[in-house]
Design a protein around this ligand. Sequence first.
Ligand code: NDP
Length: 292
Amino acid sequence: MSVTVIGLGPMGTRMAEVFLEKGHDVTVWNRTASKAEPLVTKGATLAPTAAEALAANELVVLSQTHYQAMYDSLEGAEHALEGRVLVNLSSGSPDELREAARWAESHGARLLPGGIMVPVPGIGTPVAETYIAGPEDVLERHRATLSAITATSYVGADPGLAMLYYNAGFYLFVATMAAFMQATALVASAGVSPREYAAVAAPLVRSLGEDGPMGFVKSSAEQMETGDYPGAADTVLMEAVSVGHVVESARAAGIDTSVPEAVKALFDRAVDAGHRDEGLGAIYEVIRKPSA
Ligand code: NDP
């Protein structure tokens, strides 16, 4: 199987390498052509122009700084887009992805935008995962080839969904890690080591995603689906007061209070908006409609 890779930053270079390592014929193109030299040594073909890179293969993987780089790279090569499948794994806003899909279709190409969830060393490993959107039948035709660099989770026809899932996944990661570090700093103020606390925190974080009484991810999703937030066991008011205690403890420990204060403000707004006696999931309503 053969593939074109456009964009040879750290990500694109590793993608091209992995395709080569797994036996694919690889054509590459990059604005700065010299970056292709190590890949050519490993067996890649350097296309002299972007149009020739497009002409070489139906499947074209792009990995660049942003979506503007795609337009800049393919300016003047639009005639070669007919029949191509562009798998763009660059970051962009949801609207940029939607606009890019329209642009590709206007030139007879199909766009599969993707948000790749691993850093460079993860490409081609079993943990590589990409949220991919666009026409599902087109993805199915190329899923096996793409699996050399990443598994693909199809998230829907709307091109913007690829970046929304990407942003959502990244936010879950950084916000959870920030919460872990905040919690570690809190107990560290009384001499507990980060390793010691990690042993306590890891099962707690894991349990949030599991079934059972601590499986808050699933139970709150049920509530968000229905808009019904029973508050028998834990009310928004109780949570708001408890987060207030976290803020006070952090202040007393002399550590940063900015994130706990922001979480407290969110719960306070939910109380003010009339959700005080509902369950934790009700803060979803305040997040969705901040001005209500
Ligand atoms: P880089 O920013 O290093 O990508 C550089 C590539 O973009 C080069 O090929 C560069 O060309 C090209 N480029 C930039 N601007 C233009 C332009 N105006 N015209 C033509 N080409 C242009 O990013 P990475 O390789 O690190 O990442 C690629 C994408 O993957 C990004 O969107 C990033 O958000 C995403 N990503 C990155 C991860 C990472 O760990 N690095 C992880 C997950 C996603 P030239 O060589 O000529 O400068």
